[in-house]
Design a binder for this molecule. Structure first.
Ligand code: ZN
Ligand code: ZN
Length: 383
């Protein structure tokens, strides 16, 4: 054995190299930190909580936005259970006002989680009266009411039938609207501000006139113009798409529809900066259908087969976006549920190749900013 080999062997045995000493010290410091964190977890947790609470209380997303028309998604799923998506809900920010388009189950919580103050909600627009578009209306009205001491109910705008939906929610929440003012006092929770107020609009009869003649103005105030067009989602009828125009920008929400039976939708969506269309991927849904039938659940299998005839595929949405010359397309109301973003290309299939602009799959918390005076389209996440 050479003298060099003897020296290396003796260092390895004693562990006295500088690198080894540094590693040992780092491990000891780490161990002390871990033990300390465990011992003082309650005190550290309180400090972290106080910091988070202060940040949350000071958060007002709307105050940070540049002038323009902005969109966010509070629910991008459907009635099919989805751990990452609430049922249908979108938001429009136009100046000082916040508008909600549909109020599916679980979506009100997402509005607050995105840092948007519920008391700023000016009105709700309903596309149609399937449960996954109205289920959270009671909670939405409550959050707006108790956060803002409002003196009038939350306005709900919709085609004929909205009165019936609103009356039902008001009846269900009638006792709650007595309990809250009784507990907190009229100054904090005024009785007059509870519940919902229906604001119905009439649609022209189902005719084959040009889309421009079928669109009706349903809101026109503070620089915001909202028009509605009847779409085919039979037997759910009426069902409408909405077009929001503000600060020179435009966004169109299709609601649920089968676009191939809704002639003129491309005219209604013409030139929109952002087109939001529902998306159902039939091949993926077919896989789920085969599995539920195989496990002995023909009823659910039949429902999955039925929904194919009143929804729109991502490819069809891309085609109509191209025809409409829209600038960007978002696939919303995602069916079937996608448990991972990795699956989004499989969901979109050929859609990106059939539309010249960006195509995205909607996710809860996604926001799209359309600043005034530009063609910019900025995608963000507000979660
Ligand atoms: Zn529907
Ligand atoms: Zn739906």
């Amino acid at each position: 054995m050479s003298s060099t080999q003897k020296t290396k062997g003796s260092r390895a045995r004693t562990g006295s190299s500088p690198v080894a000493r540094v590693l040992i010290v780092m491990m000891m410091v780490l161990a002390v930190m871990m033990v300390s964190a465990r011992i003082f977890q309650a005190q550290l947790g309180q400090l972290v909580f106080e910091r988070l609470a202060t940040e949350r209380a000071q958060q007002d997303r709307m105050a940070t936005l540049a002038p323009g028309l902005h969109v966010a998604f509070c629910g991008t799923g459907s009635p099919m259970p989805d751990a990452t998506r609430a049922e249908s809900c979108a938001l429009v920010v136009a100046g000082e006002n916040l508008f909600v388009i549909d109020s599916g189950s679980g979506s009100t919580t997402n509005i607050a989680l995105m840092g948007l103050p519920p008391d700023r909600i000016k009105a709700v627009f309903l596309t149609h009266y399937h449960s996954d578009h109205i289920a959270d209306l009671g909670n939405l009205a409550l959050q707006r009411w108790v956060n803002g001491a409002h003196q009038s109910p939350l306005t709900v705008i919709g085609a004929t039938g909205v009165e019936q939906v609103v009356a039902g929610f008001n009846q269900a929440y009638a006792l709650d609207q007595i309990f809250r003012p009784a507990h907190h006092g009229e100054a904090v929770v005024p009785s007059a501000g509870g519940g919902l107020l229906a604001s119905p609009f009439e649609l022209p009869p189902r005719v084959t006139a040009p889309a421009k003649e079928r669109a009706v103005t349903v809101y026109d105030a503070d620089g915001l113009l909202v028009t509605a067009m009847r779409v085919d989602h039979a037997p759910a009828d009426p069902a409408v798409a909405y077009r929001f125009e503000y600060a020179g920008r435009a966004v169109v929400f299709s609601g649920d529809l089968i676009v191939s039976r809704t002639p003129g939708f491309e005219d209604f969506a013409r030139g929109a900066d952002l087109l939001v269309v529902e998306g159902l991927q039939p091949e993926m849904l077919g896989v789920l259908e085969e599995n539920v039938i195989a496990r002995g659940d023909p009823n659910l299998g039949a429902i999955m087969r039925d929904v194919l005839d009143y929804h729109t595929t991502p490819e069809e949405a891309a085609d109509v976006a191209q025809l409409a010359n829209a600038s960007a397309l978002i696939l919303n109301h995602v069916v079937p549920p996608l448990p991972s973003r990795f699956l989004e290309p499989a969901f979109l299939r050929d859609a990106p190749s059939r539309f010249d602009g960006p195509v995205r799959v909607a996710r809860d918390g996604m926001a799209v900013l359309l600043p005034q005076g530009s063609d910019d389209i900025r995608f963000e996440s507000w979660f």
